[in-house]
Design a protein around this ligand. Structure first.
Ligand code: UGA
Length: 323
């Protein structure tokens, strides 16, 4: 994966969730590659919408970027005319927050919105429909690494909705030929990471000299994946011809415990770290670890960024004025 994948110049792309962490990075890359990007986002208040405004500030000034502020559940036929490639990144994120009455946001933004977009896609002649799925579809498989053929058994309501939407992508591929591909992201990190996620919270606490919180004993592991590798994988999935409905794991190859991450952060920041331990959170799987052989063989996906390098880039980002 040394030479970067590219869509044909002038390609018309739709990025849903364009103001989010992953959607904004992907939109920037597509514009840099000479594509025209329609971004859609409904600026929910799961976290401060000002963060999303900041994510797209630069994009909005680009002549080939158009933003539609809307909820995908309200999609109308005339939206997104001329679009050939869809990158469906929009979702109600957050594993631990998906219990209780909040679940309605998860079914609405993850399941219903995806179904509406697939209905639209069914009547439009797309080159590719890339769906951002999640490692949280696996749950506690009891077997590592996790393979695409393992039976998914999500542990969180969030994971249930991501899996339901992935199944919808499969159904629309089988029944109507929508060229879907689902990418199971494993805990994505990097500059502009969402503020509810571990690395963002850890780095902010360290730089502010505050105690950070670890859920459980910190021995849970994640196969953390750097944002640029995820962006590259989206483009690879768009340009490669693979059967409709295919599913791929995207892990960074940087599986490590949360305690291990803290050691790296101490080393990189040169600061002391105060830790407060809190109970394991419902919905959190003990471990994730991606078998990425399918993505490597069929898409040419090879993650390029080590955890140490990626964390260093994140720390630099947080040290910028205004962060
Ligand atoms: C992340 C994303 O939030 C999901 O949207 C995504 O779908 C998922 O990755 C995925 O890979 O499927 P998560 O793995 O929980 O979910 O990511 P983090 O919030 O970065 O948490 C990583 C680990 O750190 C978890 O074990 C969590 O319990 C722990 N953590 C998190 C803490 O110990 N303290 C914190 O303050 C935050």
């Amino acid at each position: 994966m040394n030479s970067k994948a590219k869509l044909p110049a002038g390609s018309r792309c739709l990025v849903t969730g364009a103001a989010g962490f992953i959607g904004s990075h992907l939109s920037r890359r597509l514009l840099n590659d000479g594509c025209r990007v329609t971004g859609v986002d409904c600026f929910t208040d799961y976290y401060d919408p000002a963060i999303k405004e900041a994510n797209i500030e630069g994009l909005s000034k680009h002549p080939d970027f158009e933003l539609i502020e809307a909820d995908l559940s309200d999609i109308e036929d005339h939206w997104f005319q001329g679009v050939n490639w869809v990158f469906h990144q929009a979702a109600q994120a957050g594993v631990r927050a998906s219990w209780g009455k909040e679940f309605a946001h998860y079914t609405g933004h993850n399941v219903l919105a995806t179904q509406r977009l697939l209905e639209w896609a069914r009547h439009n002649n797309l080159e590719r429909f890339v769906y951002a799925s999640s490692s949280s579809v696996y749950g506690n498989t009891g077997k590592l690494p996790m393979h695409e053929e393992d039976l998914p058994r999500p542990l969180s309501p969030y994971g249930v909705t991501k899996l339901a939407a992935e199944h919808l992508c499969g159904l629309y591929a089988q029944n109507f030929g929508v060229p879907t591909v689902s990418l199971r992201y494993f805990t994505v990190y990097g500059p502009a990471q969402r503020p509810d996620m571990a690395f963002h919270r850890f780095i902010r606490s360290i730089l502010n000299g505050k105690a950070l919180v670890i859920y459980g004993n910190g021995e849970q592991t994640r196969d953390f994946t750097f944002i640029d590798d995820i962006v590259e994988a989206n483009i690879l999935a768009a340009v490669k011809t693979t059967p409709g409905g295919r599913v791929y794991n995207l892990g960074g190859g940087s599986r490590i415990s949360v305690n291990g991450v803290l050691e790296l952060l101490k080393e990189l920041s040169g600061r002391a770290v105060e830790v407060r331990y809190e109970p394991v959170q419902a919905g959190d799987p003990p471990h994730t670890y991606a078998d990425t052989s399918r993505a490597r063989e069929e898409l040419g996906f090879v993650p390029q960024t080590s955890l140490k390098e990626g964390l260093g880039l994140m720390l630099d980002f947080f040290k910028q004025p205004g962060c």
